[in-house]
Ligand binder design. Structure first.
Ligand code: AP5
Ligand code: MG
Length: 212
């Protein structure tokens, strides 16, 4: 089962990939998470990645493809994986489909734009374990992480300017990627509106019927 999750920033890719990973016992591979780990520290590379992420722009196709393939080569991905946030440009999609890690399906999680803005402005992340919380699960915005008591912070790229840039970058790359997977019969749109549980059910039934 080799599936990818595609969709606007805040569509719920990470939230749903976690659930898919647990349910089907396959690794959750997130290029965004990899870059957030790489950006810590003082090396030149860390500083460069930190600046790109905070601005809302994309890292180069070459760098992200190398990073993704190095991860997908590892033994735990041989039984399958759920790829979150890669591919997101046409060159990435072409590189992936020509590789041994070609996706069986790219699932496009579709969410209304007004909902996206609410989700991104409400998101908080544990600074230690990276657990993600939505505004509906946080009564108090200053709350601490229920897993380890650490501080919850806002992602640098959830600031309004960076969100605007991320949405623009996504729009620009959306059609070429969608058309590429559509032409192969490997694009699967899923309604991402509604509760986390409702979206999970839709995804579970699609994945169960196609690839399980
Ligand atoms: P990445 O981390 O992948 O960011 P993104 O694509 O912008 O997506 P997000 O993580 O913001 O949203 P999500 O869809 O995962 O939503 P989530 O589940 O958190 O990438 C970050 C950066 O890394 C990029 O900008 C780029 O610089 C670089 N990068 C990564 N991959 C790259 C690539 N392939 N090429 C080049 N550069 C790359 O949900 C959002 C919020 O909503 C949460 O608070 C959640 O709790 C809540 N929520 C989720 N579902 C629901 C629901 N159904 N109802 C209510 N709330 C919900
Ligand atoms: Mg994410």
């Amino acid at each position: 089962m080799r599936i990818g999750l595609f969709g606007l920033p805040g569509a719920g890719k990470g939230t749903q990939a976690e659930r898919i990973s647990k349910h089907w016992a396959i690794p959750h591979v997130s290029t965004g998470e990899m870059f957030r780990e790489l950006q810590t520290g003082t090396s030149e590379l860390a500083q460069e990645i930190r600046a790109i992420l905070a601005s809302g722009q994309l890292v180069s196709d070459e760098m992200v493809t190398k990073l993704a393939f190095d991860r997908l080569k590892r033994a735990d991905c041989q039984r399958g994986f759920v790829l979150d946030g890669y591919p997101r440009t046409l060159p990435q999609a072409e590189a992936l489909q020509q590789s041994p890690f070609a996706l069986d399906g790219l699932i496009c999680i579709e969410v209304d734009r007004s909902e996206i803005i609410d989700r991104l402005s409400g998101r908080r992340v544990c600074e230690r374990c990276n657990a993600v919380f939505g505004s509906e699960s946080l009564v108090n915005r200053e709350a601490t992480c229920p897993h380890d008591g650490s501080v919850l912070v806002q992602r640098a790229d959830d600031a309004p300017e960076a969100v605007k840039t991320r949405l623009g970058v996504f729009e620009k790359n959306f059609s070429p990627v969608v058309r590429f997977y559509e032409a192969m019969g490997r694009l699967f749109p899923v309604d991402g509106n509604g509760s986390v549980d409702a979206v999970s059910e839709r995804l579970c039934s699609l994945i169960g019927s196609k690839w399980a």
